[in-house]
Design a protein around this ligand. Structure first.
Ligand code: TMP
Length: 219
């Protein structure tokens, strides 16, 4: 997987960040040079944009402004971190990418997918993921997990703390259901670029499934 660009993605409460941390340790054990990033954020500029995006006080943010802020953070990330890491032949592992914008601001929010993809082209050029892994979870399981999450566990993210019950998470289960559908639709449209894992299972089973599927995909 050296020199590949892999994205872990999925609805809030999918357990994606837990699997991200486990996979990161696994890569270290395998002596694989890994560059980990998360979105929005991972750069100085990106983390400032993240604070604006997730601040529950920003109730007046328009959907287009929101989409473009995600893209601005992404543009900074690609140029500053992702492209140089790929040039060094590292495995780049991203917690969310364009697939999130398509699911959240597109399928769930109502923005046209072609418009999102046009903005993405400006932000990332040709730096597209080789594979996007979707951690699929139904909205009921996801809501139960999120409700059980303490402020401290939210801060266990491998890289940076995040705001508890952020602006996006506060949108409710109808929105989250559409988000899930957004991921499933993307995977259906591009089966060679996506794998979908059942993330309702226990973390050990999900991790085994993940490793098996990655081995199958990358050979
Ligand atoms: P996180 O909780 O995985 O760190 O993600 C932060 C939130 O931002 C999450 O609720 C999903 C949302 N998000 C979007 O709505 N669009 C995007 O393009 C990205 C990257 C994240």
């Amino acid at each position: 997987m050296a020199g590949k660009f892999v994205v872990f993605d999925g609805p809030d409460g999918s357990g994606k960040s837990t699997q991200f941390a486990r996979f990161s340790s696994y890569c270290t054990e395998q002596n694989l040079a890994l560059c980990e990033v998360r979105e929005p954020g991972s750069t100085n500029i990106g983390e400032q944009i993240r604070s604006v995006l997730l601040d529950p006080a920003n109730t007046d943010m328009t959907l287009r402004s929101e989409m473009l802020l995600y893209m601005a953070s992404r543009a900074q990330l690609v140029e500053q971190i992702i492209r140089p890491a790929l040039e060094r032949n590292e495995l780049v592992l991203a917690d969310r990418f364009v697939s999130s914008t398509l699911a959240y601001q597109g399928t769930a929010g109502g923005l046209d997918h072609d418009e999102i993809l046009s903005a993405a082209k400006v932000a990332i050029g040709n730096t597209c993921p080789d594979l996007t892994v979707v951690f699929d979870v139904d909205e009921k399981t996801a809501a139960t997990r999120l409700a059980g999450k303490s402020k401290h566990s939210k801060h266990d993210h491998p890289m940076q703390p995040t705001l508890f019950s952020d602006r996006v998470e506060l949108r409710g289960s109808v929105y989250q259901k559409r988000v899930r559908q957004g991921y499933l639709d993307q995977a259906k449209d591009q089966p060679s670029k996506y794998i979908v894992l059942d993330a309702t299972e226990d973390p050990d089973a999900v991790f085994n499934d993940l490793i098996n599927q990655l081995k199958q995909h990358f050979g």
